[in-house]
Design a protein around this ligand. Structure first.
Ligand code: SAH
Length: 578
C-alpha cells in the first residue's frame, strides 16, 4: 500500500463490516469507510493504514448505491447509533441475511444450506425429513421506527449554561441536544420537556461529570409495547428531588404514565443506574406482554428492547422446539426467563439457567405472576450447572434451547448437550460468527442443522438475531436421504458428503445401559443386553447398537423369563420407545 495520510482515492463499496462501515477493495487491500453503503462509488481520503487494511473518510459520493437513502434522522452521522441509516430498510434486511448466511457457510462450512423464499413457519413436522438444511427468509419489522421501548437520556449544561439533554456524540461524553430519537417512543420528547421545565422552574441543576456536582444525571424512560404503560426514573446525584410532588403532577399528564421513581447514584462513575430505587408514584414497575406472558418491569430489570420482534423470534424458537407437552426442556442463558416461560406453556418441565442472580429473581417472579409452576431456575454458568445436573442423573433433556451472549457457548456446555442427546437443540444467537462455530461443533458430534431463520430486532443498526433448529441424527433418517452429487445449486459436492460421513456417528438416544439401570433400580435385578435386544426385536423396534447383543444371544441360547420381559417392556415404555 503506497498511500499516505489524506491521499484521496476512488473505490467501490462491496461489503459492510460488522460495525456497519462500508468495505472497498483495491488489489486485495481492504478499506473501511464509514457512512458508505454497499453499491456506492466513493471518493475517500486516507486516515490510517495497516499492512492489509486501512481506514478512510468519505469525501464524496460519486455514484450513489440504488439502496442509498437520505438518513431520516438529522443527527444520524454524529450519533453513530444507527450504522445503517443511509440504507433502505429492505436493503438492510438483505444485508443482515447475507451476513448470517455467509458466516454459516464460511465459518461453519454449511455449504448445503438451501435458501428458501417462502415462509415455512406453518409446515408440518413430517416435511422436516427433507435432507438439506433450509435458510428461511428474515423476519423484518412491519414498522422499523419507534420500536425501542427503553431510552436513557443524559442531562448536562452547554457552554451558555443552558440545560441540555440528548445523546452522547459517538464515544465521547459531549451531549448533542436531540430529544426525539426516531427509534424511541413518541412520549420521550414529551417527558423530557416536562422534566426540563420542572428543573428550570425549581432551579435544579443537571449533573456535571467533571466537578461531580449538580443533581440530575440521566432519565430512563420505558414503555410497555402492549399495555402502553410508561415509567420514568430520574437518576440523581443525591437522595431526593426538591418539590418532587410538582414533578409527579407534571409527568402524570402524559398518557400511560404508571410509575415515577428516582435512582440514587452518588458515585463518580460511568455506570448509569444506581442500585437504590425510591418510588415517587405508582407501583414501581410497569407491565408488558410478550405473547400471552405478562412481565413486571422495574427500572433495573433486563427486558428485550424490541418486544414485537422478540415475540416473533421466540415464537419461532418455540415452533422449532417442536413440543408436544411431554418434554423436559432446558433454556440455557435464560435471562429473566422470557423463553423459559414461553416454552413452559407447551412442555412438561422447563429448567432455566442464568448467571445473573437478579435476572433469576425476575424470572421466578414472572413465573409466579403468570401462575406457571413447571419451571425451575438455576443461578450459575450454563457450562457448570448443566454438567452438574446431568451428572447427578435423573434429569432428562428432550429439547435444549440456548440463547448465549455474543461470545457463544462454552465447549463444556456444548459437550454436555452432546452427551445428553436431546432430540432437538434450538440455538438463538445474536452473533452469527460464533453461531456458525458452535453449530459446526454440534454437527460434528451427532447433530444436524434443519432450519435457520434471522429476525431483525434492531432496525438501522447492524446486529441481527438468528434462530436455528438442530436435530439429533437418527440412523433411520439417513437411509432416506436423496442427494444429487456434483456441483451446482441444490447439489451436494462429493467432498461435502465425505465430511458429513465423517461427522456422522450413529447414536441411539436411549441406551441399553439406561434400560438396565432403570430395571435394576425399579425391580432389583439385572437384565442381559441380549434380552433387551430380543424384546425390542419382538416389538419391532429399531436395533441400531445391538449387533454384539445378537451374538451374545446366540451364545446364551436362552430366553428371558416373563418377569424380565415385563420389566424390559416397562423400561422401554418409560423411555418413550413403545
Ligand atoms: N434469553 C434471554 C436473554 C439472553 S441474553 C431473554 O430472552 O431474556 C444472554 C444471557 O446470558 C444474559 O442474560 C447473560 O447474563 C447470560 N449469561 C452470560 N454468560 C452466561 C453463562 N456462562 N451462563 C449462563 N448465563 C450466562
Amino acid at each position: 500500500m503506497d498511500k499516505k495520510k489524506n491521499d484521496t482515492f476512488v473505490v467501490a463499496i462491496e461489503d459492510m463490516s460488522d460495525e456497519g462501515a462500508g468495505i472497498g477493495r483495491q488489489d486485495g487491500y481492504i478499506w473501511f469507510i464509514k457512512d458508505t453503503v454497499i453499491g456506492d462509488l466513493v471518493e475517500a481520503s486516507v486516515m490510517k493504514t495497516k499492512k492489509s487494511y486501512g481506514f478512510a473518510r468519505l469525501v464524496k459520493i460519486l455514484r450513489p448505491s440504488s439502496d442509498r437513502i437520505q438518513p431520516p434522522c438529522p443527527v444520524a452521522r454524529q450519533c453513530g447509533g444507527c450504522q445503517l441509516q443511509a440504507m433502505s430498510y429492505e436493503a438492510q434486511l438483505k444485508f443482515k441475511e447475507h451476513k448470517a448466511y455467509n458466516n454459516l457457510v464460511r465459518i461453519g462450512g454449511f455449504d448445503d444450506l438451501v435458501r428458501v423464499e417462502r415462509d415455512e413457519t406453518e409446515e408440518s413436522r413430517g416435511e422436516e425429513k427433507k435432507e438439506s438444511p433450509r435458510f428461511l427468509p428474515i423476519m423484518g419489522m412491519d414498522h422499523p421506527w419507534r420500536y425501542r421501548n427503553k431510552a436513557q437520556f443524559p442531562f448536562g449544561t452547554d457552554k451558555e449554561g443552558n440545560l441540555v439533554t440528548g445523546f452522547y456524540a459517538g464515544r465521547t461524553h459531549t451531549i448533542i441536544p436531540q430529544e426525539d430519537c426516531l427509534l424511541g417512543v413518541e412520549e420521550n420528547g414529551q417527558v423530557l420537556k416536562i422534566i426540563k421545565e420542572f428543573m428550570g422552574q425549581n432551579r435544579i441543576k443537571a449533573y456535571d461529570e467533571q466537578r461531580h456536582e449538580g443533581l440530575v444525571r440521566h432519565v430512563l424512560i420505558r414503555k410497555g409495547f402492549r399495555t402502553g404503560q410508561i415509567m420514568v426514573c430520574l437518576v440523581i446525584n443525591g437522595r431526593e428531588i426538591p418539590r418532587a410532588d410538582r414533578l409527579v403532577k407534571g409527568l402524570i399528564q402524559v398518557k400511560g404514565m404508571t410509575s415515577v421513581s428516582i435512582s440514587v447514584n452518588t458515585e463518580k462513575t460511568n455506570v448509569i443506574m444506581g442500585t437504590e430505587i425510591v418510588n415517587l408514584y405508582g407501583p414501581g414497575y410497569i407491565e408488558d406482554y410478550i405473547g400471552n406472558i405478562k412481565y413486571q418491569i422495574s427500572p433495573l430489570s433486563f427486558y428485550q428492547v424490541n418486544p414485537e420482534q422478540t415475540e416473533k423470534l421466540y415464537k419461532t424458537a418455540l415452533e422449532y422446539a417442536g413440543l408436544t407437552g411431554s418434554e423436559a426442556v432446558w433454556d440455557l442463558y435464560c435471562g429473566i426467563g422470557t423463553i423459559s416461560l414461553f416454552l413452559a406453556q407447551k412442555a412438561k418441565q422447563v429448567y432455566g439457567v442464568e448467571i445473573i442472580p437478579q435476572a433469576i429473581d425476575d424470572a421466578r417472579q414472572n413465573a409466579a405472576v403468570n401462575g406457571i409452576d413447571n419451571v425451575e431456575f438455576f443461578v450459575g454458568k450454563a457450562e457448570e450447572v448443566l454438567p452438574r445436573e446431568y451428572e447427578r442423573g435423573h434429569i432428562r433433556a428432550d429439547v435444549i434451547v440456548v440463547d448465549p451472549p455474543r461470545k457463544g457457548c462454552d465447549t463444556k456446555c456444548l459437550d454436555t448437550i452432546v452427551a445428553m442427546e436431546p432430540e432437538r437443540v434450538v440455538y438463538v444467537s445474536c452473533d452469527s460468527a460464533t453461531l456458525a462455530r458452535d453449530l459446526r461443533y454440534l454437527c460434528d458430534r451427532g447433530y444436524e442443522v434443519r432450519k435457520v431463520r434471522c429476525c431483525d430486532m434492531f432496525g438501522w443498526g447492524v446486529h441481527v438475531e438468528t434462530v436455528v433448529m438442530l436435530s439429533h441424527k437418527k440412523p433411520d433418517s439417513v437411509i432416506n436421504v436423496k442427494v444429487e452429487f456434483g456441483e451446482g445449486e441444490g447439489k451436494v459436492p462429493l467432498d461435502n458428503i465425505a465430511k458429513r460421513a465423517a461427522a456422522y456417528k450413529p447414536k441411539e438416544r436411549v441406551t441399553y445401559k439406561m434400560i438396565k439401570e432403570y430395571i435394576e433400580a425399579k425391580y432389583g435385578f439385572k437384565v442381559h443386553t441380549a434380552y433387551i435386544a430380543e424384546v425390542k426385536r419382538e416389538l419391532g423396534l429399531p436395533m441400531y447398537d445391538a449387533s454384539n447383543a445378537e451374538e451374545e444371544l446366540k451364545q446364551l441360547r436362552k430366553h428371558p423369563t416373563t418377569e424380565k420381559v415385563e420389566a424390559i417392556k416397562d423400561a422401554l415404555k418409560y423411555f418413550g420407545m413403545t
